[in-house]
Design a protein around this ligand. Structure first.
Ligand SMILES: [Zn+2]
Length: 127
């Protein structure tokens, strides 16, 4: 459900800034866990967003999900391989200045880094 809100905000921003696409980072593991990361959800959402804005419709706004078929460990390995500053990524589902390392997002992050064989630069900050 929350992705409907996030992508609506992104669409409003795209409309004002002249963007032609919105890029989401959902992976195949997310698609198994959350209904609002499914292909059906995004097809409906894109239709609703473009129906609501002549500017986005003229621009042919697309919601792109280039990682949707990759597992979370594959995404971690890809990110590490292309030099993504992993210390700047955020996985925690709770608010705060640091990852909690107890929520589902933090647990899945730790599992993915371990499965990918990539050291998590934030792991040293575990409390
Ligand atoms: Zn957390």
């Amino acid at each position: 459900m929350k992705n409907a809100v996030f992508y609506s905000l992104a669409a409003a921003y795209a409309e004002e800034k002249g963007a032609a696409c919105i890029i989401g980072g959902h992976n195949a593991d997310d698609r198994r866990l959350f209904d609002d990361t499914s292909d059906e959800f995004f097809a409906s959402l894109q239709k609703a967003i473009t129906a609501s804005s002549p500017r986005l419709r003229r621009r042919g706004l697309k919601i792109l999900r280039p990682l949707k078929d990759k597992s979370k460990p594959e995404v971690v390995a890809l990110a590490a391989g292309i030099g993504v500053p992993l210390e700047l990524t955020w996985s925690c589902h709770r608010s705060g200045q640091e990852h909690c390392w107890r929520c589902d997002g933090c647990r899945r992050r730790a599992e993915a880094f371990q499965a990918a064989g990539v050291p998590d630069p934030l792991a040293s900050k575990k409390v």
